[in-house]
Design a protein around this ligand. Structure first.
Ligand code: PLP
Length: 471
């Protein structure tokens, strides 16, 4: 007899096939690809069938600009229900005073957070100064002055090559254009965050926003110290926990390493280690709640209510005790993978990991990140290239490979399998030669096909979506 999930996905795909068979085929092909690839991309995961199924429904048809109980459209009572349940789960899961579950992605969540902070710290005092209730009440001259104030604010975030994200003030991103931005890096000798250097930089620069969080930093960050630094210079601490939200939800990162009790504003994606649908979220203290709730229509289009439904399901899953075991296994696996690589001679940034990810410095194999990424891909191992601190190959070719364990841990692989994966990766990297450019590599086909076969055999023991049979 077919499982409930198989019946549901088969019916959905058949309904799609009746209209556009090529899309039905692509959906099936994507599942097959995901089942067959050894996925070490640190920002990816596999959402549960319940989360996936919660996305496809009539909420997609509904406009609901505004927020719970305060919409610009009529007929939003069911959206209110969904958004309230998702926000309630989020508050409980993270112990947050306020949760805003509308952001469509992590970038959107950060934009909501930045404008909420500007709203509370620049707009509200500006309105008070000009004795106005809203910006619409301001004269053209007063409005021009307030707009200049918005544009004169400072942000201090982690540099891209130290592991920060482009939304933390990198110039090609809107955050780098909105703010006068400076970056903090890591200690060149150890690759670790240097809180004394950060404190000195913050004292000198005096940012409005100190941004914590990262996309590619393999160690823990002490958010209690970061809050002390922010308070000392009068900054708001905003932490982007997109990468490690699952470790916070699963109570692996607690105390000083949990950003929620320390930062005034915390942003996240919901689809990485948290294992929910693609999307974003903002958590904050009561002080910023009103401003955060203005995210739509301030910087967001109408809420994706079907995605909020899926977020609610994912948060409910993350509140189960088994999610804590999952989060711990992610970290145990990352350590086992890192140790397996180092034992075989690989050089890792900071010589290891404390979280879900590690960065291999592939210059020790004589390769660029691009060459290593392609050689691993030829061999059935999906990773992404990433800068290392003070990278000599720049942000495009890079000298690093970022690896992470949330996805393989969801499939059920454990520390023993991580050592096998480390062996396969080392074999490929050691056998690869640089090609005629930074983007070209040379790898004997006999090695790539042997490793691909071994990776496939390993994955065969850990079927992905075992309850889903598309026939
Ligand atoms: N913030 C961090 C730290 C990230 O690593 C990412 C994604 O890679 C984002 C934000 C952006 O998330 P999204 O792709 O959902 O916009």
């Amino acid at each position: 007899m077919l499982s409930t999930e198989s019946t549901a996905f088969r019916s959905a795909i058949e309904a799609v096939r009746a209209v556009e068979p090529r899309i039905a085929d692509a959906i099936g092909a994507e599942l097959a690809d995901q089942r067959e690839s050894l996925k070490l991309i640190a920002s990816e995961n596999y959402a549960s069938p319940a989360v996936l199924l919660a996305m496809g429904n009539w909420f997609s048809d509904k406009y609901a600009e505004g927020t719970i109980g305060r919409r610009f459209y009529a007929g939003c009572r069911n959206v209110d229900t969904v958004e309230s349940i998702a926000a309630e789960h989020a508050r409980e899961l993270f112990g947050a005073e306020h949760a805003y579950v509308q952001p469509h992605s992590g970038i959107d969540a950060n934009l909501v957070a930045y404008w909420a902070i500007l709203g509370a710290k620049v707009e509200l005092p500006g309105l008070a100064k000009f004795n106005a209730r809203t910006v619409n009440d301001l004269s053209d001259a007063d409005w021009a002055e307030l707009r200049r104030e918005f544009g004169n604010q400072r942000m201090l975030g982690m540099s891209l090559d130290a592991g920060g994200h482009l939304t933390h003030g990198f110039r090609p991103n809107i955050s780098g254009k909105m703010f006068d931005q400076r970056s903090y890096g890591v200690d060149p000798a150890t690759g670790l965050l240097d809180y004394d250097a950060l404190r000195a930089q913050a004292r000198e620069f005096k940012p409005l926003i100190l941004v914590g969080g990262y996309s590619a930093y393999p160690r823990l960050v002490n958010f209690r110290i970061m809050r002390e630094i922010a308070d000392e210079v009068g900054a708001v601490l905003m932490v982007d926990m997109a990468h490690f939200a699952g470790l916070v939800a699963g109570k692996v990162l607690t105390g000083d390493f949990d950003p929620v009790p320390h930062a005034q504003v915390v942003t996240t994606t919901t689809h990485k280690s948290l294992r929910g649908p693609r999307g974003g979220m903002v958590l904050c203290t009561g002080e910023f709640a009103d401003q955060v709730d203005r995210g739509c229509p301030m910087v967001l289009g109408g809420p994706l209510s079907h995605m909020m439904a899926a977020k609610a399901v994912a948060f409910a899953e993350a509140r189960q005790p088994s999610f804590q075991d999952y989060a711990q296994a992610i970290v145990d696996n990352a350590k086992a993978l890192a140790e397996g690589l180092m034992r075989r001679g690989a050089k890792l940034v900071t010589d290891g990991t404390d979280n879900h990810l590690a960065i291999i410095d592939v210059s020790s194999y004589g390769l660029t990140g691009r060459q290593a990424e392609l050689a691993l891909l030829d061999s059935g191992i999906v990773t992404n290239r990433n800068s290392v601190p003070r990278d000599a190959n720049g942000a495009w070719y890079t000298s690093g490979i970022r690896i992470g364990t949330p996805a393989l841990t969801t499939r059920g692989l454990g520390a023993t399998e991580m050592d096998v994966v480390a062996g396969l990766m080392h074999e490929v990297l050691a056998a690869t030669q640089p090609g005629e450019s930074k983007a070209k590599h040379v790898l004997d086909e006999s090695i790539s096909s042997k490793v691909s076969a071994q990776a496939a055999e390993l994955l065969g023991n850990f079927p992905l979506y075992p309850t889903v049979d598309l026939g």
